[in-house]
Each structure stands twice: as structure tokens, then as C-alpha cells.
Design a protein around this ligand. Sequence first.
Ligand SMILES: Cc1cc2nc3c(=O)[nH]c(=O)nc-3n(C[C@H](O)[C@H](O)[C@H](O)COP(=O)(O)O)c2cc1C
Length: 253
Amino acid sequence: MKAYARSPVRANRVSTPGVSPPSPIDGWPPAPYSLDMTSLRERLRALPTFGADLPLFDPDTAPADPDELFRSWLDDAISAGIRFPHAATLATTDDEARPDARVLILKDLTPRGYEFATRTDGAKAHQLEAHPDAALVFFWSELGRQVRVRGEVHRAAPAVSAADDAARAPHARAAARLGVQSMPLTSRTDYIAAFEAEARAVLADPASPTRTWAVHTVVPRTIEFFASTPGAGQIRLRYRRDGESWPRELLWP
Ligand SMILES: Cc1cc2nc3c(=O)[nH]c(=O)nc-3n(C[C@H](O)[C@H](O)[C@H](O)COP(=O)(O)O)c2cc1C
């Protein structure tokens, strides 16, 4: 059986190193879909890095307030048309001090910090109750930028979580009411049936709250801005909270 690079069956193909199978059609498939025998390591190494058209960043003129810089970078990511510019990886630690991480959505940036929302019965919620410290990482590849936020995590007052819940799409609210998040699911079919019933219930009674939903805030202690620059290496600028001010320093890349 012939299989092209990127085809899902390729992983199962038995191949002879260094020998390329003949192409079934002359000139097809075109690069980069060629029948290649290169290792994953080589393919990964050959992937393009950042382009030459990255936005400029001058750390000397960076604002004194890191929120201002974050907002302008987020605006840049939105204007650049990046999908999920508000997605971030949230890292937490479990009871064995082992890190855990997952993607979620930034809900807001308030004077207090970075808000996200999640279920209160899942793994991350339990980890945060026991170890209320976390890191958030934003990555905007098209801009060559990364932002790392570290700080204490606080659960919002019930009224704040209820307002966030009420503004969510009915199907998302329904999903957050089913089962116990992060626990094994025995049947996908049962899940879909339960989801459809719950979605109908939410539509019928939109005022009913999702009791397993809570807004959380990462109150930043440090915020680091990373920018790749065309031809001038990488810039790392870290803000550290000091009372009401945010002294900043460059870091070795
Ligand atoms: C693009 C994207 C956005 C997501 N947004 C959220 C979110 O805002 N809140 C959330 O709890 N999970 C979100 N998830 C799902 C989480 O990544 C994760 O699967 C889920 O919260 C369970 O995590 P846990 O087992 O560590 O608690 C999102 C996933 C993706 C891929």
C-alpha cells in the first residue's frame, strides 16, 4: 500500500530507510506532500521559524503598566486575525507537586488580574483549591510573541461567576452541568443523550444557574513579554509586582 506523508496511515507503514517508494503519478504529490522518508526529527527541524515581518518591540519605551502592554499585544493578535488570540495555557500543580496544563480562554483583564472560567468539579479546580498558584502562557505565533503570567489564583464571588455563566451559550452551559469533569466517561452515547436533554432544559429555563461554574483570577506577581525580532534575536522583558508599581528588567533570552 502506498501512503503519502501526512496521511494517517503513514505511521503504520513499514519502510526501508533511505529508499523512497516510486510515485504513482509523475509530479504528484507536489512538495511538501512528497513521498519522503525523512525522520520526524528531520521534518520538525525543517519547519519554518518566525517570518521576517514581525512587529517591532522596543523594551525601552514599554509602558510602566504591564496591563497596557498586554492589551496592546492582544489587540495586535486580534487585528492580525489570529485564531483564538485569547487562548492561553494554564499550568497548575497537583498534590504530588506534578505540573498539569491545559488550554482555556481569557475572559477578561481587570485591574486585579487575568480572568478565566471553569468548572468547579474538575482536575484544575481541585488543584487550584489545594495549590492556588498558577501560570498562564499566551502564544501568538504569527507575531513571534509570548506572554507568561505567574501568580496567585482567586475564585470570584458567586455573583460574578453567575453573571459569566448567564452570558454563555446554552450548549456550553449545558455541557458544564453534566457528569463530573475530568472523571472517566463510560459511554459517549450516554453523554450525547444527557447533553441533548440538558441543552433543552437550559433553553427552557435560561435563568437557572450552572452551579459547577466559577470565574477565577490569576493575580499576577510577574508578567514576562517575549518578542522574537527579525535579525535581532529575542527580547524578554519581565515585570515584577512591587506594591503598586511594576519594576521591569530584561532577561537573557
Ligand atoms: C481552545 C480551547 C478553549 C478552551 N477553553 C476552556 C475554558 O475557557 N474553560 C475550561 O474550563 N476549559 C476550556 N477548555 C478545555 C480545557 O482545555 C480542558 O480540557 C478542560 O477544562 C479540563 O481540564 P482539567 O481536567 O485540567 O480540569 C478549552 C480547550 C480548548 C482547546
